[in-house]
Ligand binder design. Sequence first.
Ligand SMILES: [Fe+2]
Ligand SMILES: [Fe+2]
Length: 374
Amino acid sequence: MNQKSAAILTIDDESLIRQSFRFYLEDCGYQVQEAENGRVGLGMIRKSLPDLVLLDLRMPEIDGLDVLQEVNEKYPDLPIIVISGTGFIGDAVEAMKRGAWSYLLKPIADFNALRYAVEQALEKARLIVENRNYRKKLEEKVRLRAQALERSNQLLRDTRMQVILRLGKASEFRDKATGRHVIRVSCYTKILANCMGFSEEDADVMALGSALHDVGKIGISDSILLKPGKLSPEEWKEMQKHCLFGRDLLTPLSIEDVEGFTGDMSGSLEGIISDSDLLQMSRIIAYSHHEHWDGSGYPEGLKGDDIPVAARIVTAVDIYDAIGSKRPYKEAFSEEKCLQIMHEASGTILDPAVVKTFFDSLDLLQQIKAKWAD
Ligand SMILES: [Fe+2]
Ligand SMILES: [Fe+2]
């Protein structure tokens, strides 16, 4: 809007006053319309919104205060200058309370004061609109930035997930298990963690961490890992080391580990070598997923609650998945047999609370088993 050609509506029951305003303001370059009372004025405002209203207070039919009220409710950005007779100064104060932008006293002795009030109100209205547009643009920018940030965060999460699942898959490959074993174990872990009351975030970390439970098998030689027959006591001892290898592999990197690396090192060195919840969780699971509730497991022979709960969960779902899967050296057990073994392992190999949760959430677990079947 060009301020000078702004449309001004003057609402006043005295035609001489309306006329004098019109002549003066048209000389200033404004377009001026007139209404002889509040009812007509409101009708004109509803039909075509002016840029500014000059409003008398004492008028027949609908008076100025009522006009002010309606305009304020419906068109809060429309500037209204109240022009009130000197005898009604209390009304002018009331009008300001109800949202009039400014007021002038009638009769107007100096029309420059009118022009000044009009210019001020129009400028203020323009600034309000400009400010709002600016804020809108800013909000839009912030929204787009947040969206872009969320996209790149998601990409990072996806990449992290991929790296972990592939690493888990690589370790299971050596054992002739399929990558689906890792996915199933991860999904089962999430279900049990959820049912045991862990937060969504903790359950996610546990589930992702469980994918690396056997990552230490990378360090076991083929002659032992793939031996078809029974392992000798020495070989069995060696095999058990996969828990230690897993823990060591998932220990934070040292400066020496990354010193010679020439790839993208745009992240901070502290960030690259630091520990994280996920790293910690996978380390705990890799190290303790062969501990048994009754203390007969390895590598530490921990008992009961001394075994980290995440490891107790993974032990259960790893066993459930292994006995139900076909491997080159064995057939898969039937579901019935698997459930019987799980039941019997409660309190010996497995934490009874985990086994109870396992049976409580069997429907969900079996859905995963079917969905990710080999
Ligand atoms: Fe293992
Ligand atoms: Fe496994």
